[in-house]
Design a protein around this ligand. Sequence first.
Ligand SMILES: NC(=O)c1ccc[n+]([C@@H]2O[C@H](COP(=O)([O-])OP(=O)(O)OC[C@H]3O[C@@H](n4cnc5c(N)ncnc54)[C@H](OP(=O)(O)O)[C@@H]3O)[C@@H](O)[C@H]2O)c1
Length: 244
Amino acid sequence: MTTRNIAVIGSSGAIGKALTQQLAASFTEASIYTFSRYKATRQQQLPGTQCIHTVIDYDNESSIQAAAATAASNCPLDMVIVATGMLYDDLLMPEKSLNDLSAEKFVRLFAVNSILPAILAKHFIPALNKQGRSLFAALSARVGSISDNALGGWYAYRASKAALNMIIKNAAIETKRRNKAAIVVGLHPGTVDSHLSKPFQANVPEHRLFTPDFSAQKLVQVLTGLTSQSSGKCFAWDGREIAP
Ligand SMILES: NC(=O)c1ccc[n+]([C@@H]2O[C@H](COP(=O)([O-])OP(=O)(O)OC[C@H]3O[C@@H](n4cnc5c(N)ncnc54)[C@H](OP(=O)(O)O)[C@@H]3O)[C@@H](O)[C@H]2O)c1
């Protein structure tokens, strides 16, 4: 089955940008619709007409609905990648202890890491191709695994990614009823050198800190190998399943 139509949401992020470039190189025949809060920078614009960039407002569901309609305007989508996510900002750092928790931090991280991908799934999954294998993948994180949690900390981020994994599982179950060959998964990109990981890289061994390009190359390999049995699960950059 040829991959003809792809959407990448969050295309200005380190991994989103690298994934867009990797997908363009791997699926040279495909149109790639990219969406981000910002206009495409020159660096992001790929040569030719392969990439079509549109600004999206994540806080406005009509904008998300319009984005899905734009991406599927010529033909249904074979692949949708959600590369958005947040760990901290100027006002919010990950919590080390219960004492650091605040309702505001939870609300903010759940809005970006759980609710936004859910609303994207609401509008983009129905636009997936029903004539063959199609794919909806959202960037999650290994720290969203409850069984893998040995260190604690990062309450709101961990919980928001665990919630995302549940949303992915739910969407996979529902999607199977309507679009048998569609695959809905979460992805862990590894620890990747990006704005998101910058303040937390000190204790990461050099060989475990991936470039966005390396991670994107591995993630596209993982996506290529997924089957309908994979739907509802979360996979790491090396293709291994991450237990819930
Ligand atoms: N880097 C790592 O080590 C690592 C490890 C595990 C999981 N991840 C996951 O991988 C994904 C991408 O991370 P990255 O490393 O590429 O980070 P990044 O360079 O900071 O990119 C973050 C992305 O999220 C979007 N974003 C950022 N702040 C947002 C906000 N306040 N509201 C809505 N969207 C926002 C941006 O979308 P726009 O394009 O619209 O600006 C951007 O695409 C995230 O889901 C992250 O949790 C990363």
